[in-house]
Design a protein around this ligand. Structure first.
Ligand code: HEM
Length: 496
């Protein structure tokens, strides 16, 4: 897939610094040389240069002027921008240990349960324990295999739902979202908590729990918007108490909604013990009684952890799939090549399975290019430096925040899941869902545009939020291309 020349979407990570009590200078010898950057104004610093809706695009433009490493001031806080693969490597590999924490910001306090969840946890024992639980329990290869039946069932349900809507214009994202959230909810919580694709407003029949899909989606979208927002109090601390944008109020209200849902889920899991394979919540509840853990898991921190995984694992996957499909519909000759590959490798008498992925080189390339061009987390949670540090001959103050963009180096040119200590723990799951999902969307259907639209009419603008969603949802008309009986095959049958 080609990269449009005016493309301004960049992959980058905010790396922020808690104002450390033990500020330690690595570099005290020689004169300090700070990275170049625009001259800051009093009070606001360089905030006047940043579009608060799409800050990564403003940063990209500024980096073209000031070079691969530059320093800005967001209010009174120094922010360092790394705008080349080499610089990204310096931050995320060479100095990863320095930039592995998160800032003590408003989002972490009011959305991240005072930093006790995962996403906003500072680098320390609590975060290390979450990572360990992820790597040794939740996202191991064995566990991913265990949950394959869920992904297969949800894929079939997704295909059936697309089939049911074939021949008429559909808003692709609502189907994708349903697919993505169904997988995450079943893997995390053992069940979906809503009924099916066609009835988005339906609630579960379980007495213990009720959820409206649209309401839940609203919660996740609000979380991402608020957590990706520019909160003035974080950058101009003496204005914090005024909550000028009303974000604190909104975060508190949102937290209450999440609480209601999570308490119901935890109660439900306790009552209905899910035997095999155990869902993640069951496992976490068991770990709460494990006295051998370094840090005792509390009810509050478990809620925070589940909330963060639900948020991080849903919109990212569906947004990647929607961007991939939008790019393909804008460049239909790529669809031709992809379906050629699918016909050759898979044939027309079955669906694509995860075991086929290594042979689908073209589809894999499309996924990679989509994640490069539209990183699901263009504005990922800030990292923070714990101490002063010398990067590429420039001194970065111990309280600098780091942003990394436009990665075009060798090993660091494509890091949609981040890199180093804070790399996305869910990338194995994400790649399976996105690659197999895209393959089946192309394998199962011919895609066309409605209302006499032409490929160049597809709007490729981004909206604000932590996961860089599309501004205008993709609408398409689908026609089945496989034998009809395959679209009614909803249940998992053991794979060979
Ligand atoms: C296409 C899909 C996805 C993309 C592009 C993506 C990307 C990212 C990125 C860039 C980060 C930040 C890394 C950093 O701070 O340096 C991240 C963090 C994270 N992701 Fe993902 N992610 C995806 C799917 C998922 C899934 C499916 C899950 C789990 C179910 C997940 C869970 C997390 C968590 C918990 C973190 C925070 C890790 C930490 O702070 O240590 N992500 N992801």
């Amino acid at each position: 897939m080609e990269v449009s020349s005016n493309w301004g979407v960049l992959s980058f990570s905010f790396l922020a610094i808690p104002v450390a009590a033990f500020l330690f200078k690595i570099l005290t010898r020689g004169p300090h040389k700070y990275p170049p950057g625009p001259k800051p104004w009093p009070i606001i610093g360089n905030l006047n240069l940043i579009d608060s809706n799409l800050p990564h695009q403003s940063l990209h433009k500024l980096s073209q002027k000031h070079g691969p490493i530059m320093q800005l001031k967001y209010g009174s806080v120094p922010v360092v921008i790394a705008a080349s693969a080499e610089m990204a490597k310096q931050f995320l590999k060479t100095h990863d240990h320095v930039f592995a924490t998160r800032p003590q910001n408003t989002a972490g306090k009011y959305s991240g349960r005072n930093h006790s969840g995962f996403l906003w946890a500072p680098h320390g024992p609590q975060w290390r324990q979450w990572r360990k639980i992820c790597l040794s329990e939740l996202f191991t290869l064995k566990r991913l295999e265990c949950y394959e039946y869920i992904r297969v069932e949800e894929m079939r349900a997704f295909m059936s739902s697309l089939f049911a809507s074939s021949g008429k214009p559909i808003v692709v994202e609502s189907k994708l979202y349903c697919f993505s959230i169904s997988i995450i909810l079943r893997v995390m919580l053992g069940k979906k908590y809503f009924s099916d694709y066609s009835k988005h407003n339906t609630t579960t029949s379980t007495a213990a729990t009720t959820i409206q899909l649209e309401e839940f989606r609203g919660m996740l979208v609000d979380f991402l918007k608020l957590n990706g927002a520019f909160t003035i109090g974080d950058w101009i601390p003496w204005l914090k108490f005024l909550d000028l944008q009303g974000y604190v109020k909104q975060m508190k209200a949102l937290q209450k909604k999440f609480d209601k849902f999570l308490i119901l889920c935890l109660r439900n899991t306790r009552q209905i013990w899910n035997p095999k394979p155990r869902d993640m919540v069951g496992l976490l509840l068991e770990l709460m009684n494990d006295s051998s853990l370094d840090i005792k898991l509390t009810y509050e921190s478990v809620k925070g952890f589940i909330q963060d995984l639900l948020v991080a694992g849903t919109e990212t996957n569906s947004s990647a799939l929607e961007w991939a499909m939008s790019e393909l519909m804008k460049h239909p000759h790529f669809i031709e090549k992809a379906t050629e590959e699918l016909d050759k490798v898979i044939g027309r008498d079955r669906w694509v399975e995860e075991k086929d992925i290594p042979q689908l080189h073209y589809i894999e390339a499309i996924v990679k290019e989509t994640l490069r061009k539209h990183p699901a987390a263009a504005l990922i949670p800030p990292h923070a430096a714990l101490e002063d540090c010398n990067v590429g001959g420039e001194v970065l103050e111990g309280r600098s925040r780091m942003v990394e963009i436009d990665l075009k180096g060798k090993s660091f040119e494509l890091i949609p899941f981040g890199s180093g200590r804070r790399i996305c723990p869910g990338y194995g799951l994400a790649l399976k869902v996105v690659t197999c999902g895209l393959a089946n969307m192309l394998h199962g259907f011919n895609w066309s545009l409605p209302y006499n639209m032409k490929p160049h009419d597809i709007n490729m603008e981004e909206d604000k939020g932590l996961t860089t969603p599309r501004k205008v949802p993709l609408v398409a008309v689908l026609e089945p291309r496989l034998p009809i009986h395959l679209y009614h095959q909803n249940h998992y049958q053991k794979l060979d």
